[in-house]
Design a protein around this ligand. Sequence first.
Ligand code: GN1
Ligand code: MG
Length: 376
Amino acid sequence: MKEIGTTALNKIIEAFPFSGELKHIESTDTGLINSTYMLTFSDGNQDFQYVLQKINTKVFKKPDELMSNIMNVTGFLRNKINLSGGNSARETLTFLYTKNNSPYYTDDEGGCWRTYTYINKSYTCDKIDSEIKAFRSGKAFGKFQRMLSDFPAANLFETIPHFHDTPSRYNDLKKAVEEDSFSRLGSVRDELSFALEREKDASRLVDLAAEGKIPMRVTHNDTKINNVLFDSITNEAICVIDLDTIMPGLSLYDFGDSIRSGAVTSDENEKDLSKYGLDIGLFKSYAEGFISEAGQALNEEEIKNLAFSAKLMTLECGVRFLTDYLNGDTYFKTDYPEHNLVRCRTQFKLVEDIEKHMDEMNECVNEIYRRSLIEG
Ligand code: GN1
Ligand code: MG
């Protein structure tokens, strides 16, 4: 296990009130930021599974604030789910406090570890392969946003400032270009031109928010499609995970980022661009699900920008991958030297595809929205 030696692991296990004895530990890295492990304990009769994560403190510089958000939000959701007769043990995450009553454990080298109960018989999808799953994911993220609509936003810390501030992401890119610390600029001329040609779009959502035309809400901000858990038996979407970036944000960030990652023909690591692009059927289904849960709360300006948000979130993500490539791959986890560039290319291919389908996507959103108003 690359990041945990036996002594460190024993201390972590000692720090949390796990049930039973450790039987098995497995690395399950799917996210690009934190390191994740599955722990299986047993008391002889029964297994108990937990997810253990090492928080990436280069990205999340204030783990106290991060975990305070998570404990507050999951506590709030647990209450709401219980009051409405739901099963909070499956519909939200349950984090464990350490025996010293802290939401995370700090190891001897300053590494920060947190753990939550694994939700039995559940799975995530890196690639959505059916319209029903797209619909269910849309409903899950829409419902998540609706459930947090009365969460006191003032209680939230901003875990990553300017996270979806696209103009600021462009500034980061320009800085990386100027510095060109890894002499990679020569190999990204086309991608850089692609990004700069679209810079005029970057400020649209932040401007609308600054003008008060679209409201700030409590949003997830990392609605990548593999951040939804599905039930292995019913295949229903049961729980939204990866709560690190819950912050005040725009509803459009959440919608757009799910389309970026979920309404596509392959996953963001696809090297063969001919296999990568928008799946309009998945877009429609996701939009149906999202609007059915969150649509009533959205204003006209938000509805008008749903399709655009898919383009902007994809462009922004491509810009971030490109920036990280130029900076020598210090932010996202990579498996090989061109990995960030490959991901940037899938994003930009998708941006082009969305541009081609923009009218159709807008018509489709309008139709779904009109129908949702009639159906109430
Ligand atoms: C990161 O951790 P993960 O894989 O869910 C990133 C997102 C990007 C995504 C791209 C905190 O998400 O913003 O959209 O990679 N999270 C953070 O795959 O930067
Ligand atoms: Mg994440």
